[in-house]
Design a protein. Structure first.
Length: 122
């Protein structure tokens, strides 16, 4: 969900040449959960063809910002700003709860992009 919203924000704010988005997890699920596809589809975001994937520390350390969804155990050596958003896993949750998680992610992604734009303008 965070990646889809980040891609949308990057495009909407004209930052496609300035922001690179890496996505993955240290313990990725086998597939995007159906309930997540449904919730994102309600917001016009199609997750068809997306698959969870692994991301390694080297890739994470190449980033300026890393957002984790919860229980971060990252100890990156680079000067990477790690944001542990401490959000519940939507797997096994009902649609109403997934809506709440989705909206929290959307809000946090938008705030992060506000911060990125403010930093660029300095």
């Amino acid at each position: 969900m965070a990646t889809a919203y980040a891609e949308r924000e990057r495009e909407a704010r004209g930052l496609t040449d300035a922001v690179v988005i890496h996505t993955g997890g240290t313990h990725p699920a086998d597939a995007v959960h159906d309930i997540v596809r449904e919730a994102m589809g309600e917001n016009g975001i199609d997750l068809a063809g997306r698959e969870p994937r692994y991301i390694d520390d080297e890739t994470l350390e190449s980033c300026d910002y890393v957002a984790t969804m919860g229980c971060s155990t990252l100890s990156l050596e680079a000067e990477t700003s790690v944001r542990d958003w401490d959000l519940p896993d939507p797997h096994g949750e009902d649609l109403e709860t997934v809506h709440e998680i989705r909206e929290e992610i959307r809000t946090r992604v938008e705030s992060l992009f506000d911060e990125l734009e403010a930093t660029r303008d300095e």
